[in-house]
Design a protein around this ligand. Structure first.
Ligand code: AMP
Ligand code: TRP
Length: 338
């Protein structure tokens, strides 16, 4: 963060483009809950990012409530942290435009998520998908956030946010105006893999029904998916080194460790030498114990859209107070008539 003197602040966001899963929980939402007691926290549902690819309007609204409900069900407290929808705070879009004029084409050309999402026919991708990381930088810096809890896949976007903050500060001779935000990635659960393929990350868009555990899966679905998880015929090793070259086994051990607060070594001290016939039921019990109550609360909250809307509206109002001030300062720095 170099010479930045402002308060420590946390911002993160999740796209309302599908069901929340175990990877989102362990890589992101669980950290949101822990951080709210340490920092001033802003957690948004990034609906403007979601529409960089086509979203059915009715579904988008529903999914936005789903993400907000997931934050709440996991334990984010709206009295402590601001929970809001990105489109409810206009300042994000305003700062994103200014950042579009700071970021360089060459920087965006290097973004791997664009390449993955645009696929082969990138001429047909939306312009929004291309400048997606610039909007993400605006999400973060419109609060002068210093820390950003995310999974490992967001590392490159965070580097771009730092580059944009640094170039803005430099070009406008506004030394330390924006902090250079730090990703908070480390910790167990930063990269949870698909249950059907240990080399692909767990993702809501996985084609295989059993690859991904959703927060809304009940006990039966969780147990079934873990039972069907791909493994190899060997028993578990007694030390982490023995997991090398066994991505599926490593992933299941990693999930067990992330949910139980144990290291891989501790998990293997208990289960080394055992086959998956023993380990999988133990893992299923643990996942059900930790995730099913969140799923039940999520279902309850989704039944009360009026409450969810009031949380988002209040959160957006609170977030706007901070963001509008920063944008006003930016307008002055850039030379707009204010
Ligand atoms: P997404 O679902 O891609 O919008 O991601 C929302 C948040 O969850 C981001 O912070 C991601 O880095 C994180 N995340 C997504 N998938 C995983 C995964 N398989 N393992 C760990 N974190 C993940
Ligand atoms: N790009 C992130 C993802 O795909 C979502 C996101 C948008 C985000 N804005 C953000 C994450 C700001 C952290 C901070 O998961």
């Amino acid at each position: 963060m170099s010479g930045y003197k402002g308060p420590m602040r946390v911002l993160s966001g999740i796209q309302p483009s599908g069901g929340m899963h175990l990877g989102n929980y362990l890589g992101a939402i669980r950290k949101f809950v822990e951080l709210q007691h340490e920092y001033d926290c802003f957690y948004c549902v990034v609906d403007m990012h979601a529409i960089t690819v086509w979203q059915d309007p009715e579904k988008l609204r529903e999914q936005t409530f789903h993400i907000a409900a997931s934050y709440l069900a996991a334990g984010v407290d709206p009295k402590i942290a601001a929970i809001f929808h990105q489109s409810g705070v206009r300042a994000h879009a305003e700062l994103a435009w200014i950042f579009n004029c700071v970021a360089r084409l060459g920087w965006l050309d290097r973004m791997t998520q664009f390449k993955d999402k645009a696929g082969k026919d990138k001429e047909r991708a939306s312009v929004g998908l291309y400048t997606y990381p610039v909007l993400q930088a605006a999400d973060i810096l419109v609060y002068k956030a210093t820390h950003v809890p995310v999974g490992e896949d967001q590392k490159q976007h965070l580097e771009l946010s730092r580059d944009i903050a640094g170039k803005f500060n430099h070009d406008f001779k506004a030394e330390n105006f924006f902090p250079l935000p730090e990703p908070l990635i480390k910790g167990p659960g930063a990269r949870i893999m698909s249950l059907r393929d240990g080399s692909a990350k767990m993702s809501k868009s996985d084609d295989s029904e059993n690859a991904c555990i959703f927060l809304k899966d009940g006990a039966d679905a969780i147990a079934r998916k873990i039972k069907k998880a791909k493994t190899d015929p060997e028993p578990l090793p007694s030390e982490p080194k023995g997991l090398e070259g066994r991505p599926e086994a490593a992933n299941l051990v990693g999930i067990y460790g992330a949910l139980s607060g144990k290291t891989d070594a501790q998990v293997l001290a208990d289960y080394g030498g055992q086959g998956f016939g023993v380990f999988k039921p133990a893992l299923a019990d643990l996942v059900v114990e930790k995730i099913a109550p969140i799923g039940a609360e999520l279902n309850r909250l989704e039944g009360d859209p009026g409450y969810l809307k009031s949380v988002l509206d209040k959160g957006a109002e609170r977030a706007s107070e901070v963001a509008d001030k920063v944008v006003r300062e930016v307008r002055e720095i850039v030379g707009f008539v204010v």
